[in-house]
Design a protein around this ligand. Sequence first.
Ligand code: SF4
Length: 212
Amino acid sequence: MPISKITGDRNQANLPQDLERYCHYAKELGADEARVVAASEIPVEDAVSFKCRVPQCYAYNNCGQCPPHAPKPDEIRQLMKGYSFGVLFVRRVSSALLKLNRSDKERMATFRSILEIVSKLESAAFYDGHYLAVGFGAGSCYSSLCDPKQGCRLLKGEACRFPLKARPSMEAVGLDVYRLIVSSGWEIYPYGSDAKPEDIPVANLAGLVLIQ
Ligand code: SF4
């Protein structure tokens, strides 16, 4: 598809059909569900990112895209004011997969696939003239893209190893993923460290790209 010329309104005229096209694209790339979401219906809660700190996640303070280095919920609330619509998607995964060790190749590849969908949607929107498109993934790039043994390069003051793919997770910036999935009519269960996979029918990994 030819690259669209930049317009002052960020290609507003094509936005409705582009949003629908990105939903189809997300599914082509491996998402099970995708929908257009109004920025006004995306819940941002301080308590969501607080839960990266209490109880403390393995990636807390170890990754440039995770708290306390990720954008704060207040910044995201401000950011959200500049957007009208995004594309939300989920990939359904076996609940047993989330119990695997973080270094398990299949687990890493599954989390990485969410960042890859986010990256491709963000890039498609950028080249369609929605040049402020920005995405959020699931989990931490510290374990899905990088090797934790090598540490995060951003936190050493160096360039990120995967700048086009590393994005903060939705939860890291305070986006209430559970509520968004429920309000989308999709199925989701509480999945804590004590959960037994056999009690959880399905697990979801979600991504969001704010388009315009
Ligand atoms: S991809 Fe690696 S270097 Fe980049 S922010 Fe994530 S952990 Fe840090």
